[in-house]
Design a protein around this ligand. Structure first.
Ligand code: FES
Length: 80
């Protein structure tokens, strides 16, 4: 599974760094390092969304730092 987190300037201001570090921790805690390919990406032109732009296998989501755990459980763990 390929997960891409936007690190463009607008998403950076919305907390992309925090989303990335939470995702890294959650992936490691759940033993998914081999299964989930976490990447950073530059602005995908979706800055108008409320949260940080995250794609999971090409599907676009908007994730705020406080939603990262729930997002991980639903969209990443939930699809394993
Ligand atoms: S900065 Fe993330 S979509 Fe533009």
């Amino acid at each position: 599974m390929r997960v891409t987190i936007c690190i463009g300037s607008a998403c950076h201001l919305k907390g992309s760094r925090e989303v990335i570090s939470q995702m890294q921790d959650l992936v490691a805690q759940n033993g998914l390092v081999d299964k989930v390919d976490l990447n950073g990406a530059f602005c995908s032109g979706n800055c108008v969304k409320e949260g940080v732009c995250v794609t999971v296998d090409g599907e676009l989501y908007s994730v705020k730092p406080e939603e990262a755990k729930g997002f991980f459980e639903k969209e990443i763990l939930g699809r394993m």
